[in-house]
Design a protein around this ligand. Structure first.
Ligand code: RP5
Length: 198
C-alpha cells in the first residue's frame, strides 16, 4: 500500500482555513556576517551579549598573554546562517582556535565545530535554571566525530579557555610560549607568597 503524504498547499483540519499558498509569505531572509581578513589568532564567540560579563575574562586573559583575538556575538539558533558562515571562513581568515561560549541548550560550540577543522573550545555558561549543568552537558557530550574541548562552567572556564588556546598557539609561536611561561611563573610566585592570618 502506498502512503499518501499531504501536500503543503492542501487544507487540513477545520473548514475555512486558508491553504498555505494564500498565506503571507514567511520572511526567509538569511543573515550572514562576512568577516574581513584579520590578524586574530583566536576568536571568542558567545551566544548572547548576556554572556559577555563572563567571557570578558577570557578576552582579558588572551590580551594579557599577547594573543591577538576578536570577540563576536553569534547564536546557533538565533543567527544560524551567520554562525555557519563565520565558522566556515575562520581557517582561511587566519584564525587558529575558536572559543565558543553558550548557556542552556548550548549547541553553539558543536555547531561551530561542525563547520571547521580548527580546534573549538567550549565554555558552558552558568544558566539560571540549572546553574550551568545543562550548558556543560550540551557542550561536552558531543557524539564521536566532531570534538569540542569543553572547559569548566563560568569564569574559570572562560579563563582556562584562553590559557588552553594560548597553549595551542604556543606550539608554533615562541613569543606566546614565553608569555605563557611568564604567566605560570608569576602565578606560582603569588601562591607561594600568600600568607594566611595564623
Ligand atoms: C544562550 O542562551 C546564550 O549563550 C546565553 O547564555 C543564553 C541566554 O541568552 P539570552 O536570553 O540572555 O540572550 O544562547
Amino acid at each position: 500500500m502506498r502512503l499518501r503524504i499531504r501536500g503543503v498547499n492542501e487544507t487540513c483540519g477545520k473548514a475555512g482555513r486558508k491553504p498555505v499558498s494564500e498565506l503571507a509569505p514567511v520572511d526567509q531572509t538569511t543573515y550572514s556576517c562576512r568577516m574581513p581578513e584579520s590578524k586574530s589568532l583566536v576568536a571568542v564567540i558567545m551566544g548572547s551579549k548576556s554572556d559577555w560579563e563572563t567571557m570578558s575574562h577570557c578576552v582579558k586573559t588572551l590580551d594579557e598573554l599577547g594573543v591577538a583575538n576578536e570577540a563576536h556575538v553569534l547564536s546557533a539558533h538565533r543567527t544560524p546562517k551567520a554562525t555557519a558562515d563565520f565558522a566556515g571562513e575562520a581557517a582561511n581568515r587566519g584564525l587558529r582556535v575558536i572559543i565558543a561560549a553558550a548557556g542552556g541548550a548550548a549547541h553553539l560550540a558543536g555547531v561551530i565545530a561542525a563547520h571547521t577543522w580548527l580546534p573549538v573550545l567550549g565554555v558552558p555558561m552558568q544558566s539560571q535554571a540549572l546553574q550551568g549543568l545543562d550548558s556543560l552537558l550540551s557542550t561536552a557530550q558531543m557524539p564521536a566525530g566532531v570534538p569540542v574541548g569543553t572547559l569548566a562552567i563560568g569564569t574559570a572556564g572562560a579563563k582556562n579557555a584562553a590559557l588552553f588556546a594560548a597553549s595551542i598557539i604556543a606550539l608554533s609561536d615562541g613569543e606566546i610560549r614565553q608569555n605563557l611561561e611568564t604567566f605560570r611563573r608569576k602565578q606560582t610566585e603569588s601562591v607561594l607568597a600568600a600568607r594566611v592570618p595564623k
